[in-house]
Write a protein that binds this ligand. Structure first.
Ligand SMILES: NC(=O)c1ccc[n+]([C@@H]2O[C@H](COP(=O)([O-])OP(=O)(O)OC[C@H]3O[C@@H](n4cnc5c(N)ncnc54)[C@H](O)[C@@H]3O)[C@@H](O)[C@H]2O)c1
Length: 379
């Protein structure tokens, strides 16, 4: 029989909506040992959180996350708040014995992330971080093809995540909507916000990074702070590039920026192996490009695999072959895997510990950029 887990969600912004949608849908499309009950939504503004709870069907609301964590009727805490609050909420939730879903990046930095890992492992609570791109079926298929050894020895892993929404120097830093530009709220700029996704996927597909050398740039040095009204120094990285070496000997080439005019969310990765190559593009998310050198010469070329067939990852749970799904489904898949994992007592990744590895790469990026030197990635 399906058991119920009562969920308390903190933060109702972009991710609050993406997660709520996933919690609502998952039980209709996946047969799971657990279902999620939307027990409580929490945010600081009472009227706004009540309106959100009404719209999404949460049974109750709170305006203080500490009260939410104290509640005996909550089994799972979902952290959808800006990065500087993840650790404090997660540490309290772990101490209260709650399962925890936490948005990415896990923490503001490695040491803070390690405390979170130790807290959930000591408490023995289920935990997961929302690096959702792993669960876009074409990306999951890439993992399957690599794990099957189809690419052979890997030589290159190349990834980028490009946006263009902060070019205007009048965009403020801090406050609702623009907390990502405020170092105190975000911990870093594009590296933690965008490149973190690329790093999580890369570590999952290609294994750990050994060492890197990075360059970051802040193009707009001062911006008005939305909360203080004062023009203040900008502390985040506006753009970040790094090259590096994976433990398996392959070379890494990564770039993220919010200054690539014309690009809104261009996340792409390419993997080149001795036998075959893979390429994926978020703007065309249901396709995986695949080139296999072992194909007969006269028909050899890049295949554009439309990842919508019943035997493609997750797709048997959706529509008929040929019909595509979208961005929001990656969150549905993540909830499905989380609940399946809880049922088997075998946590689905990325766990806090997995996400900590990404945090260590982010720390290495900042250290390398500050020192203008190669840095070993912590393990
Ligand atoms: N997985 C992804 O692809 C993805 C995409 C976007 C954001 N994120 C991550 O999700 C988190 C939230 O980002 P977002 O885009 O949803 O932000 P957002 O600004 O849209 O929403 C943040 C929410 O947190 C609330 N909040 C802030 N401080 C709070 C507090 N002390 N108590 C209760 N509520 C509080 C705000 O009121 C708001 O509802 C960040 O860590 C971000 O990095 C992940």
């Amino acid at each position: 029989m399906t058991k119920t887990l009562n969920l308390g969600m903190i933060g109702y912004g972009f991710m609050g909506r993406a997660h709520s949608n996933a919690f609502r849908k998952v039980g209709h499309f996946f047969n799971l040992p657990y279902k999620i009950n939307l027990k409580a939504a929490c945010a600081r503004n009472d009227a706004k959180v009540k309106a959100f709870a009404d719209q999404w069907g949460y049974e109750s609301t709170e305006t203080d996350w500490r009260k939410l964590i104290e509640r005996k009727d909550i089994d799972v805490i979902d952290i959808c708040t800006p990065n500087n609050s993840h650790a404090e909420i997660a540490l309290a939730a772990a101490a209260a014995g709650k399962m925890i879903l936490c948005e990415k990046p896990l923490a503001m930095n490695g040491p803070e992330g390690l405390k979170m890992v130790e807290a959930v492992e000591k408490a023995g609570v289920a935990n997961m971080v929302w690096y959702n791109y792993r669960r876009i079926p074409a990306v999951t298929l890439a993992k399957q093809l690599i794990d099957e050894g189809r690419l052979g020895r890997i030589f290159h892993y190349r990834a980028k995540f490009l946006q263009d929404w902060t070019i205007n120097p009048d965009v403020p830093q801090g406050g609702a909507g623009t907390w990502r530009l405020d170092l105190a709220a975000a911990g870093s700029g594009v590296s933690g916000d965008l490149l973190a996704h690329c790093i999580d996927t890369a570590l999952w597909l290609n294994g750990p990074l050994e060492s890197i050398t990075a360059m970051t740039e802040t193009f707009v040095k001062e911006r008005k702070h939305a909360l203080t009204g004062k023009v203040e120094k900008v502390g985040i990285d506006d753009a970040c590039q790094f090259i590096g070496k994976f433990d398996n000997g392959s070379l890494a080439n990564f770039e993220s920026t919010r200054y690539a005019r014309g690009h809104k969310a261009l996340y792409t990765f390419e993997v080149n192996g001795e036998n075959a190559s893979l390429f994926w593009d978020l703007h065309d998310l249901h396709r995986l490009q695949y080139f296999d050198h072992r194909d007969q010469g006269i028909v050899r070329g890049w295949r554009s695999i439309h990842v919508t067939d019943g035997d493609h990852p997750y797709m048997g749970n959706w529509w008929v072959p040929g019909l595509a799904i979208g961005y929001e489904h990656s969150f549905v898949h993540q909830v499905a895997d989380f609940l399946e994992g809880v049922g088997k007592n075998q946590l689905a990744g990325p766990t806090f510990r997995d996400a900590y590895q990404t945090q260590l790469v982010l720390d290495a990026i900042i250290a390398s950029s500050n020192q203008s030197s190669w840095v070993s990635v912590g393990k």
